[in-house]
Design a protein around this ligand. Sequence first.
Ligand code: ADA
Ligand code: CA
Ligand code: CA
Length: 300
Amino acid sequence: MLIPVVLLCLVFSSTIFAAEGGSAKWNKNSEGTIVVSSGTFEGNGKKYGKIGSGSQDEDQPPVFELMPGAYLNDVVIVPPSGDGIHVHGNNKVSNVTFTDVGEDAISMRSTFEGGTVIIENCSFSKGEDKILQANRTAVWYIKNCKVNGAGKVFRQNGGKTFKLDVYIDGLEARNFGEAIVRSDASACTVYYRNLNASGNKWKGKLSARQWDGKQPPPPTLPEQKTKTVSPFAKANNDSKVTITDVLLNAHYLNTDQVQMYDISGRMISNVHSDRSKPAMLYLMKIKDHHRCEVIVNLHK
Ligand code: ADA
Ligand code: CA
Ligand code: CA
């Protein structure tokens, strides 16, 4: 059954829908993050980044936020690179160069239900700790990538047991401290071929198997189906938008600009406190001339 997940996404007053971005629907949130809500953001080799501190601090904003089904192609991410690229499932990241990885490079958040992530022809330099971070059940396919400098290339946190399948076909990894993949989950399986790595490959309870590229078949992505409905529901000073079953990716929001209430009418504050948890939003009051956009994701 097709259960639409409705995502409420704020588009701030000076939103630009420029030629850049190709077929993508995207906007910049108040933190400067480029939120790609659907389609493919074509960067044409341009530089993005200069966000956050580039340190190991958590809670830095990402440079790109790829909503479920959104793709990113051909960008260079320059420091400070903040929290890199956030993915949510059924995303493709291709031809992306990180010249100096920040807290991490690509992480799947736990806001949505996960899905497949393909990372193709990307290179990651100067990472201190993690390059790829899995916070949700998913299939990851790492294809023709290079890492130069990392603690671990791929990390599922200790104490986490959710299922992960990690396919590696073509990875050159240099100057990493701990392992290519570190996971304590026995439900984490790595299938690999064409791996050129100079150190310890695996750490933890995962199982790693040589892969012939055919069995299991390489992961694929579903057709890009994310569709925007109701182009813009305009909200003026005092309007309240009432939507049920809204899953809100809370860290888009700047509490100075938006007041949110839960279903009992209690104001929700401090929405930044845990970026990995979605907030259920039922009532929303939007100040000034900000607009809101409702997106129905047909993958769900
Ligand atoms: C830490 C943190 C996780 C997650 C992760 C990440 O491991 O404990 O909740 O945020 O970083 O994705 O960067
Ligand atoms: Ca982290
Ligand atoms: Ca991170």
